[in-house]
Design a protein around this ligand. Structure first.
Ligand SMILES: CC(C)=CCC/C(C)=C/CC/C(C)=C/CC/C(C)=C/[C@@H]1[C@@H](COP(=O)(O)OP(=O)(O)O)[C@]1(C)CC/C=C(\C)CC/C=C(\C)CCC=C(C)C
Ligand SMILES: Nc1ncnc2c1ncn2[C@@H]1O[C@H](COP(=O)(O)OP(=O)(O)OP(=O)(O)O)[C@@H](O)[C@H]1O
Ligand SMILES: [Mn+2]
Length: 288
């Protein structure tokens, strides 16, 4: 009889765990998408800093249990169930403010901050939902650092892929000092010619993005088993965009690097097998 109670109580809970996490990630995704749409979508020309202030007030309301609409309610539900902090959400809105007032980045420090705001934050929002594996001995801090690295790596990759597209909107996200070091200027980007200077510049940028992906990979195996493989799959797919930029001989002015359907399909089972790797169980730093 006692066993029966354990089974009845335990089994539904574990069965629920994954769909519950999935719905929570979905709610976070929808909120991020809507935030991004404010500055990227069809209404973008009308978006003022005041509109972003209103969006932030709505965010605070939903964290306080007063959601404005159904989609906000999904996120309100998520933040009730998981220990999600409001700060990365506020920071993402700050990133959108930054995008409104800024179209050039002096150096990598400035670009890094922008990437943290718009994408590193996604990693910080997701970890409390995906959860760290109970058997993992990695420090909480190291897992958050990996999640942060994945967001930054994704955003840098996105920037490297979209150089031409962004230039058409008058935006150059690449670090100005690093462009200058290669003897490149804004004009070179607007004219969009693939030269050896450009190839050299791109090689360095790709190398940095790959280092960040590598940093992120170390964290994936510390996540809860059910969260590992979707993260691993999205990491592999995004990282491959860098390979495609190389395959396009660094022409990211007029060609959009994309990963083919076939390659995407291959990534899925590979990610799945990788997700079976157990978390680190020998570590000097214990979870705090
Ligand atoms: C399983 C999984 C990957 C979960 C994350 C899902 C989620 C909440 C995504 C939100 C993404 C979003 C809409 C962000 C808004 C800002 C933005 C547009 C950022 C860029 C994404 C790509 O956007 P875009 O639509 O322009 O791209 P396409 O042109 O359509 O290709 C970004 C480049 C960054 C998004 C950042 C992430 C997905 C970071 C994910 C990090 C984790 C899930 C942490 C993993 C944990 C460890 C320990 C490694
Ligand atoms: N992340 C989400 N995305 C979409 N819909 C959601 C999400 N979370 C909850 N919902 C919807 O909201 C409604 C209530 O959900 P749920 O039963 O999980 O909440 P609850 O039982 O009120 O919360 P709790 O279990 O914290 O008391 C359901 O119709 C559910 O489908
Ligand atoms: Mn984009």
């Amino acid at each position: 009889m006692k066993h029966m109670i354990v089974v009845v109580k335990f089994v539904p809970r574990t069965l629920l765990m994954t769909p519950e996490r999935r719905r929570a990630i979905w709610a976070i995704y929808v909120w991020c998408r809507r935030t991004d749409e404010l500055v990227d979508g069809p209404n973008a020309p009308h978006i003022t800093p005041t509109a972003l202030d209103r969006w932030e007030a709505r965010l605070e309301d939903l964290f306080n249990g007063r959601p404005f609409d159904m989609l906000d309610a999904a996120l309100a539900n998520t933040v009730n169930k998981f220990p999600v902090n409001i700060q990365p959400f506020k920071d993402m809105i700050e990133g959108m403010r930054m995008d409104l007032r800024k179209s050039r980045y002096k150096n990598f420090d400035e670009l890094y901050l922008y990437c943290y705001y718009v994408a590193g934050t996604v990693g910080l929002m997701s970890v409390p939902v995906m959860g760290i594996a109970p058997e993992s001995l990695a420090s909480t801090e190291s897992v958050y650092n990996a999640a942060l690295a994945l967001g930054i790596a994704n955003q840098l990759t996105n920037i490297l892929r979209d150089v031409g597209e962004d230039a058409q909107r008058g935006r150059i996200y690449l670090p100005q000092d690093e462009l200058a070091q290669e003897g490149l200027s804004d004009e070179d980007i607007f004219s969009g010619k693939v030269t050896d200077k450009w190839r050299n510049f791109m090689k360095k940028q790709i190398k940095r993005a790959r280092m960040l992906f590598h940093e992120a990979e170390k964290g994936v195996k510390e996540l809860n088993a059910s969260s590992r493989w979707p993260v691993s799959a999205s990491l592999m797919l995004y990282k491959q965009i860098l390979d495609e930029i190389e395959a396009n001989d660094y022409n990211n002015f007029t060609k959009r690097a994309y990963v083919s359907k076939a390659k995407k399909l291959i990534a899925l089972p590979v990610a799945y097998v990788r997700s079976l790797v157990a978390p680190s169980t020998i570590s000097s730093s214990h979870r705090n």
